[in-house]
Design a protein around this ligand. Sequence first.
Ligand code: KIV
Ligand code: ZN
Length: 516
Amino acid sequence: MNTPNNRVIIFDTTLRDGEQSPGASMNLDEKIRIASVLEEMGVDVIEAGFPIASDGDFEAVNEIAKIVKDSTVCGLARATKGDIERCADAIKPAKRGRIHTFISTSPLHMKYKLQMEPERVFEKVKESVTFARNFTDDVEWSAEDGSRTERDFLARCVEAAIASGARTINIPDTVGYTLPHEYADLISFLFNTVPNIDKAIISVHCHNDLGLAVANSLAAVGAGARQVECTINGLGERAGNAALEEIVMAMKTRQDLMPFTTGIISEDIMKASRLVSTVTGFTVQPNKAIVGKNAFAHESGIHQDGMLKHAGTYEIMTPESVGLTQSKLVLGKHSGRHAFKDKLKDLGYDLGDNAVEVAFKGFKDLADKKKDVFDEDIIALVDDQVIRTNDRLHLISLEILCGTKHKPPKSELELEIDGVVKSCKSTGDGPVDAAFNAVKALFPHGARLQLYQVHAVTGGTDAQAEVTVRLEEDGRTCIGQAADTDTMVASVKAYLNALNKLLVKREKSAPSALSA
Ligand code: KIV
Ligand code: ZN
């Protein structure tokens, strides 16, 4: 990748490191949707998965490699032939494909995790990069736990990886331990020490255990790094990775001190953030920089007064620059298909005819129940419906009796299960419990409810409730989401959504366990 010296390559690892967050797993359709949004927003490299990790990961990298044309599609591989071959197979269809191979280089990791002598690790660096180069010219090498690696050993490994053909060298702060000045100093050390360093792009990959991932990444860019590995909403292992939106907007806003450019269309940031949050069920904290609900809200009188006089008094960037538009009253129950299609386009959806029809019917139903339909309602509705394909379980009807006169609360539920309609009655400690018990009675399963969360999509008592449910079964977790003006209907739909996803996962990992 030939770039001018002030151009920073944005390497997004939402689909790989981000997906490694406990509970954040995504299905193939969801990964493809995210990859398309990342490509559209100008991400240079999309790390789409770890192909050896599972058939699902392989398939995701492979499918994304077929679809994405403008971004490089990358797969992760440990320093073994098996991993690298699997990764090479997965990225084969890509217009531009990258193999990202890594091995730990810190004393702690080499001794306890790898149980290898440093000289063996050094040999593996050369072997793995050389082997990967048989499949593509675009090979990235990472020194896992690089920030805690002895400097001389790190410099030797970096030099050897470049000499073996790596075009990108990544120095991760795997455990989020480093500090900005220390990390910048490490990057400068490599620039001053490694003789062939000019033959590669230096990349950084920071975890957020001390809340310093973005600061560390930016400090490294100041010291010469020209690729930043990051994720949407800072998703990632433990405390997460550096947040893409923060890296991009910091550089854009502080051009005076950081005269760097990226290829990111910043106006697409909100769309990507919302999608990742919807798919993973990881809601963005309200005060999160750039994409939090309050990031551009001004509550105190003094601030509001200042804003009215000049927006620059309390705003260092505009909401529009990250794709935040005013909540708009969009369509009413008399709006036609054409206006609805235009609105979908405006909101960044590119749906096929069938999906538009399904969404339009959902919109009409919603407009019958709810006076004002806002952008957020349409987003919730489409996310709710587009995500659901090939589901085995569908809600047909639900009735709940609850309140002071109905103890215990009672539910009556009709589900379509593999094309057959079944019904039952149940009770529970509360209305949600009664409804979920009815699902369990109709479709017995061992999944445990780990999370149940409700929030209102917009203001007002007629707002749609958006429910998020997380289920866990044998170490596999799935997030389900649904929106409806009726909180109980949204709850059962979200529960079924999570269950449907879990069934897909079950089928993939254990073909014999097809039935519940
Ligand atoms: O955090 C890390 O070190 C990683 C590597 C695999 C790049 O994710
Ligand atoms: Zn990582």
